[in-house]
Design a protein around this ligand. Structure first.
Ligand code: B12
Ligand code: SF4
Ligand code: SF4
Length: 339
């Protein structure tokens, strides 16, 4: 068995769903990326404007780089849920942040590379460098980029995270073809996007995307956005849930404190419970903001449509905690949260 096959075997043992190799060349979608960048739709992620030369030429990240190993680690389709029925995106539902998990698994592989090629140097990236990770994965033969802008492994779907090992080790591999898109006539993701952030196939308007607004965006959310969020207060999986390449999600797990507990949580408790999860990225402040945005919409819907609106909105104002919504005292209105 050659070293490329041995690496694949080890990656499989570690739980990776796919692994591929490519030369450190310009990622196949680089020109598309530059077109997208020109549309100025990156919101507060202004770092997109920097390091385009590195995105074009990944060798700049590691002098003498000869191989890029692209790896995809699946995450469970189970969604974490609060006891009162609020959820977070699947990638954030694992007890360990995927950056930490992937870095540790990739270190294991990088150690092997060093054993095989003692003079070699390697660097691991998980969201941590100016790399077009999906495009590299596509170029390495792992899967294709769907109209929903995610990397889809045909046999596995898109519930995966990506990592790359850049190495000076000279792996022997046949350069793969970039995987052809297989969406066909389907446009379910575009139809399902609650905000219209997927403006057209393959084109994401970041400032409209709930995954951005709930996790990355600093500041006040615009009025009414809670209605688009539904019950998910961190990240968004809508354009993946409807994708036929993903199998229907497993049942949700009740692993989160109640929304009332989160809304009343202090930073120390949050960091004890969530410090090593992907929820540390938005942090407690943004999670509270997001929950409040959902609640504001629910309260205003109840106030507008409930037959006993005035009493209920007074009640709502006087009792600001999630768990004390009128539903808890037997409100018959279908708009109230009865979970
Ligand atoms: C910034 C960022 C975000 C931003 C912007 C998302 C985005 N689509 O760019 C926000 C915060 C919104 C976000 C959201 C999510 N993210 Co994110 N994100 C990133 C990050 C750091 C950079 C992505 C980037 O460079 N975007 C720039 C865009 C414009 O380039 P692009 O995505 O490569 O898209 C181009 C191609 O798709 C190309 N294209 C491809 N084929 C075709 C065909 C045609 C005809 C055309 C015209 C164009 C075209 O056109 C696009 C424009 O150039 C990456 C990590 C990394 N370094 O790559 C993770 C990453 C992409 N995110 C990831 C995840 C998991 C998510 C979420 C699923 C999380 C969630 N559930 O809430 C959502 C998915 C939202 C979505 N539908 O894309 C994973 C993706 C895994 C996967 N299966 O693809 C990554 C790779 C992180 C990781 N290491 O695992 N993310
Ligand atoms: S993550 Fe949500 S808001 Fe963003 S493009 Fe997908 S469905 Fe739309
Ligand atoms: S939902 Fe349909 S169009 Fe969207 S990524 Fe999946 S297959 Fe492609």
């Amino acid at each position: 068995m050659n070293v490329s096959s041995l690496l694949r075997k080890r990656a499989e043992e570690l739980g990776f769903a796919a692994v591929g190799f490519l030369e450190p060349q310009t990622p196949p979608h680089f020109d598309r990326f530059m077109e997208w960048l020109a549309a100025d739709q990156y919101g507060q992620l202004t770092w997109f404007k920097r390091n385009t030369d590195v995105r074009r030429d990944p060798q700049k990240l590691l002098k003498g780089c000869r191989t890029i190993v692209s790896l995809a680690l699946p995450y469970p389709s189970k969604q974490a849920k609060t006891a009162d029925g609020f959820t977070i995106a699947r990638y954030a539902s694992s007890p360990i942040d995927y950056h930490l998990r992937l870095k540790s698994l990739c270190s294991d592989i990088a150690d092997l590379i060093r054993e095989w090629f003692p003079q070699s140097r390697s660097r691991i990236f998980v969201d941590s460098g100016p790399l077009l990770e999906k495009s590299l994965a596509c170029g390495a033969g792992l899967g294709f980029i769907g109209k929903n802008n995610t990397l889809i492994i045909p046999e596995h779907g898109s519930y995966i995270n990506l990592a790359e090992i850049l190495t000076t080790a000279p792996f022997d591999f046949a350069s793969p073809e970039c995987v052809e898109n297989r969406c066909g006539d389907c446009s379910r993701c575009i139809d399902a996007c609650p905000t219209g952030a997927l403006e057209r196939p393959f084109h994401l308007n970041i400032p409209e995307c709930l995954a951005y607004l709930t996790v990355e965006f600093r500041g006040d959310l615009k009025k009414g956005i809670g209605a688009k969020m539904g019950r998910c207060f961190a990240g968004c999986d809508r354009c993946q849930e409807v994708c036929p390449f993903n199998s229907p999600g497993e049942e949700t797990i009740f692993s989160l404190p109640s929304t009332e507990e989160i809304l009343n949580m202090d930073d120390r408790t949050f960091s004890e419970i969530f410090g090593r999860t992907a929820l540390a990225r938005p942090g407690l402040g943004r999670l509270k903001r997001n929950l409040q945005a959902i609640r504001a919409v629910k309260d205003s819907q109840v106030a507008q449509k409930c037959p006993d609106a005035s009493r209920r909105s007074r009640y709502s104002r006087g009792r600001p905690k999630m768990g004390s919504h009128p539903a808890r005292v037997g409100c018959p209105c279908p708009l109230t949260d009865k979970s």
